[in-house]
Design a protein around this ligand. Structure first.
Ligand SMILES: Cc1cc2nc3c(=O)[nH]c(=O)nc-3n(C[C@H](O)[C@H](O)[C@H](O)COP(=O)(O)OP(=O)(O)OC[C@H]3O[C@@H](n4cnc5c(N)ncnc54)[C@H](O)[C@@H]3O)c2cc1C
Length: 329
């Protein structure tokens, strides 16, 4: 009792009961899949889970996530200040929500969105952000990968509010079923910080599945030798309904745009099948794909490190092997 009294005096965010705020990631038209993975992580923390949906026209998104089982409520904030989802304005909103509801945990996916947003929230609340969580052992003990996935760290957080970004590939997607959580608007005041102004964005369009959500990924590296040669991989990917990824060397050489990069400084993927073509298997690349369920490597060098993580390896010239595979499928 004495301890709790002291904690209450010294930390405004202390909350006796466990309650988590999940920040939904969406584009005002659809919910991004990582939100459903992050929801599974939020539920693992135990206690109540509320979701915050902020945007310009996000009512339908709120209704959609309200169908998840076991939510206590969905908070909606619609305002022009959230155009472009700038982290500065969203931070102001989340801090206001935290002051009102006193959550014990705030969670988002470890996407570019979450990675930009939650460290700011943590700074404003004067607590440490806990990034890239891959496991939840208890309400205050978390597992995260460090050194490009070469070490796994288990940490116990003592901050009164735990601010977590969670890796989508480490948690199953929560289903949106027959839940009916109440959807409540929350006031938006002083959220237009004027620190940044959204001007425009250009999104790449593709008929192929999105890289981080695809069940099959075909990735190419420097071994492809040119952007034109990536056509070999697009043909194979089309047969497999796969997304196409790339190593950083292939991106840096200009073969493909950088939104295809897989790895430590690119996207983290964990598909059912990952086919690495002409990729050596540097640790920074492995950091982004080694949790894939089945890894296939095609490389002409039998000593290439990628074969150490591959379930199936083909030592061959990719220019011969890939068209043959595509033809046989
Ligand atoms: C801080 C930092 C962050 C980084 N982040 C990333 C990251 O996010 N993602 C990433 O991928 N890298 C990253 N890198 C770069 C990484 O270290 C490697 O340089 C890069 O992954 C190498 O790409 P690659 O395998 O395509 O090229 P290479 O290492 O040059 O390998 C090319 C491979 O193609 C094979 N090959 C060549 N021709 C053929 C052929 N005809 N048929 C079959 N095989 C062939 C070769 O045997 C070779 O194994 C990072 C590096 C640093 C320092």
């Amino acid at each position: 009792m004495f301890t709790r009294h002291l904690t209450l005096r010294f930390t405004g965010q202390f909350q006796r009961f466990q309650s988590t705020l999940l920040i939904a990631e969406h584009n005002n038209e659809s919910l991004l899949p990582i939100t459903q993975n992050a929801l599974t992580a939020a539920k693992k923390l135990g206690g109540e889970v509320s979701v915050l949906v902020a945007g310009t026209k996000c009512g339908p998104i709120a209704e959609q996530i309200a169908k998840a089982e076991g939510l206590s409520k969905v908070l909606v904030a619609e305002n022009d200040a959230f155009k472009g989802f700038t982290s500065e304005n969203l931070t102001a909103l989340i801090v206001a929500a935290q002051n009102q509801f006193k959550f014990t945990h705030i969670v988002a996916g470890a996407s570019s969105f979450g990675k930009s947003l939650l460290p700011r929230v943590a700074a404003k609340l004067d607590v440490s952000p806990i990034s890239d969580v891959i496991g939840i052992k208890s309400q205050n003990t978390f597992v995260r990968s460090i050194y490009a996935g070469n070490a796994i760290q288990t940490i116990e957080a003592t901050d009164p509010v735990k601010i977590l970004t969670v890796r989508g590939t480490s948690f199953e997607a929560a289903q949106l079923g027959s839940g009916s959580a109440p959807v409540e608007p929350i006031p938006v005041t002083d959220c237009d910080t004027q620190l940044t102004t959204f001007i425009s964005q250009e999104l790449s369009k593709s008929d192929r599945p999105e890289l981080t959500g695809a069940k099959v990924v075909v990735s190419g590296g420097r071994g492809l030798k040119s952007g034109d040669n990536f056509k070999l991989l697009y043909d194979l990917a089309d047969k497999l309904n796969a997304a196409v990824g790339a190593s950083r060397a292939a991106v840096d050489a200009g073969y493909v745009p950088n939104d295809l990069q897989v790895g430590q400084t690119g996207k983290i993927v964990a598909p059912d099948l990952y086919i690495a073509v002409g990729i050596s298997g540097a640790i920074q690349h492995l950091a982004g794909m080694k949790d894939s369920k089945t890894i296939v490597a095609i490389n002409k060098d039998p000593e290439a490190p990628i074969f150490q993580v591959a379930d199936y390896g083909l030592v061959a010239d990719l220019f011969k092997a890939v068209p043959e595979m595509t033809q046989k499928l």
